[in-house]
Design a protein around this ligand. Structure first.
Ligand code: UDP
Length: 641
């Protein structure tokens, strides 16, 4: 795919460059072959820093040419649609979206913040042009509310996490000499200070310098100033540093005109960050470094709240007050570090979801063309319909694994959605005495024979099963086929599906998701939830699933229970394929071992489970009862025939 990115890039603002770096990181994961061009204020440095192609952001011919070449325009992120820094910002960014739409290209608004919009003209433009966007993702609730207040209805804006939370530090690069030297010379832990000019700060340089002096001597740390937007922040940082009285000489003041991943690598080496600039705090959170937020704008407080960091100082805090908050943060830093490391996977996942949403218009197109191309799947689907058998009153489709995978893919890709049951003997028997279960199975779109017992039962009763479809294998195959952007022999078969895991004990679904992402690069798992929620929390779980827009939902709550739950929960994501997969998440997470291949080939997986989990003995009495019932049905059929 070819992506054109428009934003405040190549303009010397680290925050905007961080969002670009994170977007490119996600784009490479989603589609390693994607080509990206950036509209930049400094195309050479953008090219060099990010390894992408870049053209001047103000050259109309270049913009038109690049829009024509692109499959999609991604506009963002950052605070692009505001009219406080200049009257041209809003018409410029919206003009590019308009050009893209006029050229028939989808345009996604990506992780933007909207407002303040002081002029009526800006508000009118935003309301009109945003309705032409294909996807809108916004990074804060305030922006969503503002857009709604302007009268915007469609497309519905989605709230996303700042992509830079997912940014990874540069590895093995050399960091600025001032940084390395001051760390080595002081031998003390580094505290990073990141101020920006602001009415509450301007003119208070001496007070701030005294505060940093006190922090440095009383906490025994080495202060370093980072200027995130060097052109604006560097003079202020220099003034504060120049007024300090540290015996070891003035602290280092570093202008961050370097790639964001390198700044992140510096921050990762710090012990604490005291910051005003939003992205100094986002970087601290991304690197797992505790921070103190200086609350000059609601977005700064929002970041602290998002990661559960309690250390926030008011923008006009006196030197003493700031010292007090920093001391508290210092004393609490081990706990905050732990908290940040726990929340990091969630932030990474959310960051990636934002990029996936922004690219959804072109990912959907890729899918459609795959469905069209693969007419064979439909033909096989027709055959499968003709092979529906009935065993002990329960419908079973005589499909093999390839057919089951193809059927699930078709249901997921077409947005038709459905319910897939992998039927085992226990479930077959239980449905005889459990009407709700029988109804759920009868209402399913595909009932595949799982368990050697069902396959034997089908044979005994005169049907022609084509093989066994174990839930875990079906799940694994679907994830392989649904992982996007992987090169290799099967690359052509991959279509980019969004998976949701629900079931198993708390933590297991997350572990399984982690393992599956490692095993299937490009796999999109858009959410997980354990399977032990109370009825009162069911709505929350359904809301999570619905909001994640999955294509496939694996439900692992045990045979029978999961089928009934799917039947009533499916409405939460009607376009998704919901598949009951029993204990698969325990196995995929590595907590339980599957029977060795030799047991599986001999149809003795049940024996392995009986030996390794003797507590299942009672449940397994269902197997001989089922076989007897199947033999009984075979006799009855024989007599009738
Ligand atoms: N489970 C669940 N919620 C429940 C009961 C069970 O999520 O209320 C999970 C359980 O932790 C396990 C799976 O459902 O991960 C059932 O595993 P089992 O091996 O029993 O599956 P089956 O044999 O039914 O396929």
């Amino acid at each position: 795919m070819r992506v054109l990115v428009s934003g405040y890039h190549g303009m010397g603002n680290l925050g905007d460059e961080a969002v670009l770096a994170a977007f490119l990181q996600h784009l490479a994961e989603i589609d390693p072959h994607a080509e990206c061009t950036v509209l930049s204020g400094d195309p050479d440095s953008t090219r060099k820093a990010f390894g992408v192609s870049a053209v001047p952001r103000t050259s109309l011919p270049a913009i038109i040419r690049e829009i024509r070449r692109a499959d999609i325009l991604v506009s963002g992120g950052g605070s692009l649609l505001q009219d406080v820094t200049g009257a041209l910002s809003v018409p410029y960014y919206l003009g590019i979206i308009t050009l893209a739409r006029l050229s028939g290209r989808p345009a996604s608004v990506y992780a933007q913040g909207i407002g303040p919009l002081n002029s009526g003209f800006s508000r009118l433009l935003v309301r009109q042009v945003m309705s032409w966007a294909s996807v809108i993702t916004l990074r804060d609730q305030g922006s969503c509310d503002l857009l709604r207040r302007l009268g915007h209805v469609r497309p519905e804006p989605a709230l996303v996490t700042d992509p830079a939370f997912a940014l990874r530090p540069a590895q093995g690069c050399s960091l600025p000499a001032e940084w390395t030297e001051s760390r080595e010379a002081s031998g003390r832990p580094v505290v990073v200070f990141c101020f920006r000019p602001w009415p509450s700060v301007d003119g208070r340089e001496a007070e701030l310098a005294a505060c940093v002096d006190r922090i440095s001597s009383e906490l025994g740390v080495c202060p370093v100033f980072l200027a995130f937007q060097p052109g604006v922040d560097l003079p202020l940082a220099r003034r504060i540093a120049g007024l300090m009285k540290v015996s070891s000489g003035p602290p280092a003041v570093i202008g961050c005109g370097i790639p964001p991943q390198q700044v992140l690598a510096m921050i990762a080496q710090a012990e604490l960050v005291v910051g005003m600039r939003l992205h100094s705090l986002v970087f601290a959170a991304a690197a797992g470094v505790p921070f103190v937020a200086i609350d000059y704008d609601p977005k700064v407080r929002a970041v602290s709240e998002r990661v559960g960091n309690p250390n926030v100082a008011p923008a006009n805090a006196s030197g003493d007050e700031l010292f007090r908050v920093v001391s508290l943060a210092w004393a609490d830093r081990a706990r905050i570090r732990q908290l940040l490391s726990e929340i990091r996977p969630e932030l990474e996942r959310e960051g990636r979801q934002g990029a996936e949403l922004a690219l959804a218009p072109v990912m959907g197109k890729a899918r459609e063309s795959r469905v069209e191309k693969d007419g064979r799947k439909d033909a096989r689907q027709g055959d499968a319909d003709a092979r529906r058998a009935v065993l002990l009153g329960v419908p079973v489709d005589c499909v093999d694994m390839d057919e089951a995978v193809a059927r699930c893919m078709r249901l997921a890709e077409s947005g038709e959605g459905g319910h897939v049951v992998t039927l085992n003997p226990e479930m077959t028997l239980a449905s005889g005495r459990d009407e709700a279960l029988m109804e759920a199975i009868r209402g399913a779109d595909l009932v595949a024979p799982d368990g050697i017992g069902v396959v034997l039962g089908l044979k005994l009763t005169g049907s022609k099963p084509r093989g066994r479809v174990a839930g875990i294998e079906l799940a694994t195959r679907l994830m392989q086929a649904g992982a996007l952007g992987v090169s290799g022999p099967d690359a052509d078969a991959r279509v980019g599906l969004r998976f949701f895991f629900v079931g198993a004990k708390p933590g297991v679904a997350e572990q399984a998701a982690e393992k599956m992402r490692e095993a299937n690069p490009g796999l999109s798992i858009v959410g997980t939830h354990h399977g032990y929620f109370q009825d009162s929390s069911e709505d929350t779980v359904l809301h999570m699933i619905s909001a994640a827009h999955p294509d496939v939902v694996f439900v692992a709550m045990g045979a029978g229970k999961q089928e009934k739950w799917i039947a009533k929960a499916r409405h939460a994501a009607p376009a998704a394929v919901w598949i009951g997969v029993g204990g698969s998440l325990d196995v995929l997470s590595g907590n339980t071992k599957r029977a060795p291949v030799v047991f599986r080939k001999l149809g003795l997986e049940w024996l392995y489970r009986l030996v390794t989990e003797p507590s299942r003995a009672k449940r397994m009495t269902a197997l001989p009862v089922f076989m007897l019932a199947a033999i009984g049905e075979a006799f009855r059929k024989g007599r009738r025939d």
